[in-house]
Design a protein around this ligand. Structure first.
Ligand SMILES: *[C@@H]1O[C@H](CO)[C@@H](O)[C@H](O)[C@H]1NC(C)=O
Ligand SMILES: *[C@@H]1O[C@H](CO)[C@@H](O)[C@H](O)[C@H]1NC(C)=O
Length: 190
């Protein structure tokens, strides 16, 4: 019996070391220098645009996709979920040059004081930024003069992005709720 156990221990030691050996020879993760990915110097960029959130009319860019039973009796619209594909423009006019789109979701996530959970990607289409994105995940206290939301990442020109976006309401139509919001985004990236 004692012999049996010893054999078993030896066997498992051998077996385990075999696993470790193969893990050594086929690493799935390794460290590398930033230069190996062409990441040389971290930059800080300021990105400025106007976001057009159109909730009414024949071509809304923000659509309500879900509500809770209690959403229509909540002062803050708690539980409403909207999907957006909002144009981003250079100036505040609807006819201004398109720089990209804000695509994602916002939902009313506060029972006291209106505040939205924002989950967006800014997808840029202009010049060298065409195809690059920035990702936002943050709280938007809509009644504040300046709402600040974290930029949690990015792609292409904005790889390794981190920073913040500051939103200021430019105009809002009190009848329809259609809004133009000015954004100043500050990001570190490579
Ligand atoms: C809220 O919506 C429900 C149906 O989803 C309806 O029965 C109810 O009357 C509405 N309440 C108000 C205050 O509009
Ligand atoms: C952006 O890139 C796409 C292809 O990826 C191209 O079709 C489009 O014309 C480009 N837009 C601009 C403004 O350069």
């Amino acid at each position: 019996m004692a012999l049996c156990i010893t054999n078993l221990v030896i066997f498992s030691l051998l077996f385990t070391s075999t696993i470790f050996d193969s893990a050594d020879s086929r690493t799935f993760a390794r460290s590398l220098f930033p230069q190996e990915l062409g990441l040389n110097k971290e930059k800080l960029s300021h990105v400025h645009f106007y976001l057009h959130d159109i909730v009414t009319g024949r071509n809304p860019t923000a659509v309500l996709v879900a509500v809770a039973k209690t959403t229509n009796t909540s002062a803050t619209g708690f539980g409403a979920v909207l999907v957006i594909d909002d144009p981003l423009t250079e100036g505040p006019e609807a006819s201004s040059k398109i720089l990209g789109r804000a695509q994602g979701i916002y939902s009313s996530a506060s029972q006291k004081g209106a505040a939205l959970l924002m989950v967006h990607n800014y997808v840029f289409t202009e010049g060298k930024y065409n195809g690059s994105t920035l990702s936002v995940l943050g709280r938007n206290a809509v009644t504040a003069d300046v709402r600040e939301m974290p930029i949690v990442g990015g792609s292409k020109l904005f790889r390794f992005a981190r920073g913040y976006a500051q939103a200021r309401t430019h105009t809002v139509n009190p009848h329809t709720g259609d809004a133009v919001v000015e954004y100043n985004v500050y990001v570190f990236h490579y």
